[in-house]
Design a protein around this ligand. Structure first.
Ligand code: ATP
Ligand code: ZN
Length: 606
């Protein structure tokens, strides 16, 4: 009661009633999700459903504070829902264990919510929820964090950009082969070489290094040299487990191969030349340091870079351990697979990357850093999640208030970026919401619901005629369901078939595309008929926004990686790499061109 009074003073009685009555869906009950659910439960929202596919793991407990040790192995969704119900018994909170991509979570199911919050950690699920919310005409509050950076935005189909309106950077990063094999210049190059090349060649299923798209080694002599180097390593790998294996590998990759590289003088005119490492000298150095005490890797500091003789000793140790394991595993023919949580794998990659860094004069990284780079992990920061979750609730309340008052979506809502740098440790950058991108392949569609009484009787042709009589579909149609083409102008065999015989039922989404670009594709979400209704019913015809025909002149795609230096974020040298990683992970930071800057306000948090 007291809480309701306080909320009414803050937001007004009308908004408070709206918050209590709106059904909320939270997808993901992890780092952001736990914070968000706790906030929602205490901000006047009265009906909350949490959906998550996972169970609680020990590693979640440090930041997903709705969970305790006693909850290990229990579903995150139901545990989180129970926790917020305990905080605020006045709310209805439910948890569902499941993958949001499951067929059972249909467009109809999404349409039962008034507002959806995404607290997910992967692009695939975020894309899916974006599409479902567009199809169900439900607004979505989107979020993503990576380390100290984060983003929260609002997606309201047809009125704002959707999750797909801006191109996303690929999730997997690639590097030119020459950089990795011959001219590394950053710690990440050494880690990729250690993990994807040396580890894979010696113990794993040797495969070519992941290459940058369209890349090939131009200089045939260099390519031949690299192939030769690989052949020699493969021969050596065949002797895995033999006496002296670690020494032979060391001498080949850190001494002989480096000397050969050095011989190509032209490569080192502009770059620092590499320096080979001497096995015997390092052994002597290590023995002097160890003073008869054998290496115990478990006692090494995870957070400090390794001295060269320590990296040497760890390399020899890890190589022996992995070689023995590989020999044992060859019985069943299975190569070793790098696992960042396996100590020997991590030691090998950390020691190898460290030695290679010494060879090429690159800054050393600790085992902890190597683990993050090798596992492509950016550590989760609880406070970043907490700030993002707070902003999500503010956006959610603003959105409902706007709708209540008939205001446009951009009047209160915005995109908020959490930025971080040495000069301004915590800043929130505010950016106005942009309208949909007319070329977006996802929101430039009309999302309609087709209710069907009998899927066994309705034919594909019947659907096209029925829908075509109510909305413009254009000429020369193709119908696509997921990755299947059900028909197109040259393939009409299925037109007379029933939906049921085509395996198309409730929950399926049919995309009807015309060859005429001016006609916006129509997506039909199939649902069962409402009680008492017959035949087919098309819903949503009135409410969908109608897009203009596409501009005739195709625009050049905008530069993806440009720094947007107008937002007051100063990037210190060492942060460039992290920002790039973060940008990939968030995949939603803006890619602005100089000619298209948006107004951004900066708010600094003390
Ligand atoms: N397709 C999906 N359907 C439902 N929930 C999902 C789906 N994909 C991811 N999730 C959930 O989203 C949450 C994301 O939270 P978070 O980023 O904190 O990840 P985490 O797995 O809990 O932590 P970490 O990855 O750091 O171990 C997770 O709980 C995860 O189970
Ligand atoms: Zn879009």
């Amino acid at each position: 009661m007291r809480q309701t009074t306080q909320l009414s003073q803050l937001f007004g009685a009308e908004t408070v009633a709206q918050l209590a009555a709106t059904r909320i869906l939270v997808v993901g009950a992890g780092g952001i999700g736990c914070e968000l659910l706790k906030n929602l439960g205490g901000s006047g929202f009265g009906d909350i459903t949490a959906l998550d596919l996972d169970t609680i793991d020990l590693s979640n407990l440090n930041r997903q504070f709705l969970f305790q040790r006693t909850h290990l192995s229990q579903p995150k969704s139901t545990t989180a829902a129970a926790a917020i119900s305990r905080f605020n018994p006045g709310i209805a909170a439910a948890g569902i264990l499941g993958n949001v991509k499951d067929r059972r979570f249909t467009v109809d199911w999404f349409a039962g919510f008034g507002l959806v919050f995404n607290a997910l950690d992967n692009l695939d699920a975020r894309r899916h929820v974006n599409t479902m919310c567009l199809a169900a005409h439900v607004p979505l509050v989107e979020s993503g964090t990576a380390g100290h950076l984060g983003q929260v935005t609002v997606i309201d189909g047809g009125l704002t950009e959707c999750f797909e309106c801006r191109p996303k950077a690929a999730e997997r990063r690639t590097f030119p082969v020459c950089t990795i094999r011959s001219t590394p210049s950053a710690p990440v190059h050494c880690v990729v070489w250690a993990k994807d090349y040396l580890f894979a060649q010696l113990f794993g299923a040797a495969a070519p290094l992941p290459q940058a798209e369209g890349e090939r080694v131009e200089d045939e002599a260099v390519a031949e040299e690299l192939r030769e180097e690989e052949r020699a390593l493969a021969e050596l790998a065949a002797a895995v487990g033999g006496a002296d294996f670690a020494r032979r590998v060391f001498v080949k990759v850190f001494d002989r191969d480096v000397r050969r590289l050095l011989a190509a003088d032209h490569m080192w005119v502009q770059r620092r030349a590499p320096e080979p490492l001497d096995y015997d000298k390092l052994l002597e150095q290590w023995e002097a340091r160890a003073d008869g005490v054998p290496l115990d890797p478990a006692k090494l500091s995870d957070h400090e870079p390794m001295a060269v003789e320590l990296a040497f000793a760890l390399f020899c140790h890890a190589t022996r351990v992995l070689a023995q394991r590989h020999v044992a595993s060859e019985g069943d023919g299975s190569p070793l697979v790098f696992d960042k949580d396996d100590a020997a794998c991590l030691w090998f990659v950390a020691a190898t990357a460290s030695l290679r860094s010494y060879v090429f004069g690159i800054a050393q990284r600790s085992v902890f850093d190597v683990k993050a780079i090798a596992g492509n992990i950016i550590p989760a920061v609880a406070t970043t999640n907490a700030i993002a979750a707070g902003l999500m609730v503010v956006q959610g309340i603003s959105l409902l208030q706007q709708k209540l008052r008939g205001l446009s979506v951009g009047e209160r809502c915005c995109t908020a970026y959490l930025a971080y740098n040495a000069k301004r440790p915590r800043s929130i950058l505010r950016e106005g919401l942009a309208p949909p991108n007319v070329r977006c392949a996802v929101c430039r569609r009309r999302y309609l619901t087709l209710r069907v009484e009998d899927f066994g009787r309705a034919t594909l042709d019947g659907v096209l005629r029925f829908v075509g009589g109510m909305v413009e579909l254009g000429e020369d149609l193709a119908v696509v369901e997921g990755a299947r083409i059900l028909c197109d102008p040259d393939y009409e065999d299925n037109l007379g078939a029933s939906l049921e015989s085509l395996g198309v039922g409730e929950g399926a989404m049919l995309t009807v595309v015309s060859e005429d670009e001016a006609v916006v594709p129509v997506v039909l979400s199939l649902a069962s008929a409402r009680e008492g209704s017959e035949g087919m019913v098309l819903e949503g015809v009135e409410s969908v926004p109608v897009f203009e025909p596409l501009p005739v002149e195709p625009q050049e795609p905008q530069e993806e990686e440009e720094e947007n230096d107008d937002v007051g974020v100063e990037v210190v040298e060492d942060e460039v790499e992290r920002r790039r990683l973060t940008r990939d992970a968030l995949a939603v930071l803006p890619a602005e061109s100089a000619s298209k800057k948006r107004a951004v306000d900066v708010v600094t948090i003390d």
